[in-house]
Design a protein around this ligand. Structure first.
Ligand SMILES: *Cc1c(COP(=O)(O)O)cnc(C)c1O
Length: 239
């Protein structure tokens, strides 16, 4: 039964989160579990909601938009987190169903999202700045102290979000680079979060940690962990 499978994955992940919080002397209530449902159907979202999951994540608008509508039609009440690379021409669609966008890493993207939110939604949209941990502009993420590409400058991205009337600057997000130890990557993200909070005290969210590395993420202050395979099963390899 799919429900039993998901329930088992979910309880294992909840135990890992509780153990990581105990080790870090943190209150588990500070850590939001976002179950990443990419490649899995809306019926799984319904099961997750039934099991008490309040937050789900998706990384592609083409998949997320119809799934959010289908899950709502099934009666699943969840908050949708957009965690993937976002193209400017998808902003209009994303602001219609997303409650939180974790992955804004450019000034032009922030402006496009702010404009779409003003035109197509009433409530403010929570937005996190995606951070490039290794400063390599070839991959996703805004660069702290960037000089190469002003569009990707972390401070400028943050200010652009903060100044948009229908966006709420909520914090930072990162994916640990492959060639970095997760510990070092999340320690670095913690430093970037402190830098952001110095200028924007309300931007407290730290989105870090996936199935393989949620423990070091929680040790370094994650407030949101984004967990897919450990709850829902191993996804088929993409191409
Ligand atoms: C898929 C995905 C996750 C979840 O990954 P798992 O390893 O399955 O837990 C987290 N964050 C982002 C940005 C993702 O695309």
């Amino acid at each position: 039964m799919r429900e039993e499978e998901i329930a088992a994955g979910l309880s294992a992940v909840r135990e890992r989160i509780a153990a990581a919080c105990a080790a870090a002397r943190r209150d588990p209530a500070e850590v939001t579990l976002v179950v990443v449902t990419k490649t899995y159907p809306a019926s799984d979202v319904q099961v997750l909601a039934h099991l008490g999951v309040t937050d789900v994540g998706e990384n592609r608008d083409q998949e997320a938009a119809p799934k959010a509508a289908a899950a709502q039609a099934l009666g699943a009440q969840v908050r949708w987190h957009f965690v993937g690379q976002l193209q400017r021409n998808k902003c209009r669609s994303v602001v219609e169903y997303a409650d939180v966008v974790h992955s804004v890493d450019g000034v032009r993207l922030a402006r496009a999202l702010g404009g779409a939110a003003e035109r197509h939604r009433e409530r403010p949209l929570d937005v996190l700045v995606q951070v490039s941990i290794d400063g390599d502009p070839a991959r996703g993420g805004a660069v702290v102290g960037s000089t190469v590409d002003p569009d990707r400058d972390f401070d400028r991205v943050a200010v652009t979000i903060a100044e948009a009337s229908r966006l709420r600057l909520a914090g930072v997000m990162a994916v640990a680079p492959l060639h970095w130890a997760a510990e070092a990557a999340f320690e670095r993200l913690g430093e970037v979060s402190a830098r952001l909070r110095a200028a924007h005290p309300e931007a407290t969210a730290v989105s870090a940690g996936m199935s393989a590395d949620l423990e070091p993420a929680i040790a370094h202050g994650a407030t949101h962990v984004r967990i897919g395979s450990a709850v829902l099963g191993t996804r088929p390899k993409l191409r």
